[in-house]
Design a binder for this molecule. Structure first.
Ligand code: ATP
Ligand code: MG
Length: 210
């Protein structure tokens, strides 16, 4: 299955992508994670990404399209993949559409803005493996330490309140219109985000069966 998850920042794309990745045995391609890793490693791509990401802005389309095409051509994507964070603009969606990659479904997660802001403001992320936690709702067993890998938990630079607002605005302006793009192709599947992660996963699997 070749799947896209298209939803607002903080809607739970990464969390559901992880669940689906286990369920279907296919890799998740998170463009945000790829960019953050490149920033941490100080690569040329990381240098470009850092100029945009911490202001809540998008990285230029041509850069992102190359990154994703390259990643999707890897051997581990042959039996399917989950795209988390791409496409985010019409130009990216059109480039994917014109490529030889076939997408089976586009999943969207519906979550209220207030919930998104509350989630992102309390989010903690592992510096090493990228696992997500929340200061109130999903605390790690040991404070400040990742349950998965023992890495250090930090607040992402773009999870500051003023940047969160910027990211939401960018999402509504540039990414939300893609729902119409895919709905017109009859590819859009909608799941309503629930309070509990496992309940959202159930809703997601039900939406994908339709
Ligand atoms: P969440 O992690 O909660 O899903 P998010 O969707 O805002 O939130 P990421 O997907 O991790 O976060 O992306 C973080 C940032 O990386 C974006 O705000 C943007 O600056 C950049 N980015 C990621 N994917 C793309 C893309 N396809 N096109 C342009 N910029 C991107
Ligand atoms: Mg994410």
């Amino acid at each position: 299955m070749n799947l896209i998850i298209l939803a607002a920042p903080g809607a739970g794309k990464g969390t559901q992508a992880e669940a689906l990745s286990k369920h279907f045995g296919i890799p998740t391609i998170s463009t945000g994670a790829i960019l953050r890793k490149n920033i941490a490693d100080g690569t040329a791509l990381g240098e470009i990404a850092a100029k945009y990401i911490n202001d809540g802005k998008f990285i230029p389309d041509d850069v992102m399209i190359d990154v994703v095409k390259d990643r999707l051509s890897a051997e581990d994507c042959k039996n399917g993949f989950i795209l988390d964070g791409f496409p985010r603009t019409l130009a990216q969606a059109e480039a994917l559409d014109a490529s030889d990659v076939d997408i089976d479904a586009v999943l969207t997660l519906e979550v209220e803005d207030e919930t998104i802001i509350e989630r992102l403001s309390g989010r903690l992320e592992c510096k090493a493996c990228g696992s997500s936690y929340h200061k109130q709702h999903k605390q790690p067993k040991k404070q400040g330490i990742c349950d998965n890998c023992g890495g250090e938990l930090t607040t992402r630079a773009d999870d500051k309140p003023e940047i969160i607002k910027e990211r939401l605005e960018t999402y509504y302006k540039q990414t939300a219109p893609l729902k119409t793009f895919y709905a017109e192709k009859n590819m859009l599947r909608t799941a309503v985000g629930q309070d509990a992660v496992a309940d959202t996963t159930k809703a997601v699997l039900a939406a994908l069966e339709d």
